[in-house]
Design a binder for this molecule. Structure first.
Ligand code: TXA
Ligand code: MG
Length: 378
């Protein structure tokens, strides 16, 4: 088999792909290939397609976050995803498609509402849950009778699915528990040596994962908020509900229906605290906390916005985006959390972002990253 990497062409046979670099642990020789968004040719996907068709793992960009792809209908390939990510095996994978017709093959029942949503929002950052058809192995759905389907709106993701002739099971391409990757460098950080290939297609556009909507209920339920908001969905199909377990600012023992939403997730290594309330008081309180922690010898990180960054007096201040443009905050969120890991911040404080639009998805991710640690100020 021939593989291409940055330094040229290397010849490898299947069994040689796992090279013993550290003796005890098997470290794979991960191919990293740059593919320019909207400037590629079909031949650029040759290696990736070969790997996927042979049951291997390829990370690729989508419009939301990078995904870690494998053949969704191949039980063994799907299992490799769990191993590479260190993901609990009851946490199902999203199946990525590149044509609406795939729904008829992958699902057992499609409602009228689902078809209307697909027409409006696909390709795009909306994942819908259906009863699964028998061709999808339980290793892909974490043992569930339902399957999550998404039609991504990224030319590289769509080309990979189309040219490979496969459906791709793809969770976010991070190690389980770490912030989702929004840049190829994030994927390299987490996955190099663990998967066959990483396609570097540049930074993603949206920065937080797709909205997940459970279409198996009479009134569809949002299991994970995202770029496609409740009101956008309601404009098309009428009433939808938000899974209560994902909205609480306190942990009340409610169990989210999406298995992945129950884990402490997107977590930076330092202790993250959200401070909520009047923005002037929030800044004051963050400055006080940062001073205390710094005086005790800790490294402190502060997540600020374009509008507020000048008011922080101490600690490593990072601007996540502008309050005027929620999209910029979504795009900056995971990069900032990862940056605090790389500088070794022990305590991180962030302002809160409450709103009924994209802010809801941002707060959902922050609350999970903070393990629900929240200070309310007047
Ligand atoms: O934007 C996205 O959705 C990204 C990109 C790569 O497409 N993918 C992503 O996958 O975020 P992942 O695996 O990191 O998150 C999928 C979430 C998990 O919380 C999982 O529990 C839930 O979807 N999920 C998947 N299938 C499900 C099902 N049948 N029922 C309920 N929840 C499901
Ligand atoms: Mg994920």
């Amino acid at each position: 088999m021939t593989y291409f990497n940055k330094s040229g062409t290397i010849e490898l046979r299947e069994q040689e792909r796992i090279s013993i670099i550290c003796g005890k642990c098997n470290i794979m020789d991960t191919i990293i290939q740059k593919i320019e968004k909207e400037q590629w040719k079909e031949e650029h996907f040759k290696t990736a397609i070969h790997i996927l068709q042979s049951g291997g793992l390829v990370a690729f960009p989508t419009e939301t976050v990078y995904g870690l792809g494998a053949n969704a209908l191949d039980e063994q390939a799907a299992k490799k995803i769990y191993k590479a990510k260190g993901r609990p095996s009851d946490n199902p994978l999203i199946v990525h498609i590149a044509h609406i017709n795939a729904l008829y093959e992958l699902t057992a029942k499609i409602s009228e509402k689902a078809l209307r949503l697909a027409e409006v929002f696909w390709p795009g950052p909306l994942t819908m849950i259906f009863p699964k058809s028998s061709i999808i192995p339980f290793s892909t759905t974490g043992g569930l009778d339902t399957v999550a389907i998404r039609f991504p709106n990224h030319d590289i993701a769509r080309a990979l699915i189309t040219y490979s002739g496969l459906y791709l099971a793809a969770p976010s391409a991070n190690l389980s528990g770490r912030p989702s990757p929004t840049k190829a460098s994030h994927v390299i950080e987490d996955m190099q040596g663990k998967i066959d290939m990483i396609i570097d297609g540049g930074d993603v556009g949206i920065g937080i994962e797709s909205t997940i909507l459970d279409m198996t209920e009479e009134i569809p339920v949002i299991l994970r908020p995202g770029y496609i908001t409740k009101s956008k969905i309601e404009q098309i199909i009428g009433e939808v509900i938000i899974d209560k377990a994902i909205l609480t600012t306190e942990e009340k023992g409610l169990i989210p229906k999406a298995p992945g939403m129950k884990y402490k997730h997107y977590a930076p290594q330092g202790e993250l605290t959200i401070v909520e309330g009047n923005i002037k008081r929030v800044i004051e309180r963050i400055n006080q906390e940062a001073e205390k922690k710094t005086a005790a010898g800790n490294k402190v990180g502060i997540i600020a916005t374009t509008e507020t960054k000048a008011f922080y007096k101490i600690g490593e201040v990072r601007c996540i985006g502008s309050r005027e443009k929620e999209e910029s905050i979504a795009r900056g969120l995971y990069t900032v959390l990862r940056e605090f890991d790389s500088i070794g911040a022990q305590y991180i404080y962030t302002e809160s972002f409450q709103s009924d639009k994209l802010g809801q998805a941002i707060m959902n991710r922050l609350l999970k990253a903070a393990g629900h640690q929240l200070i309310k100020v007047e």
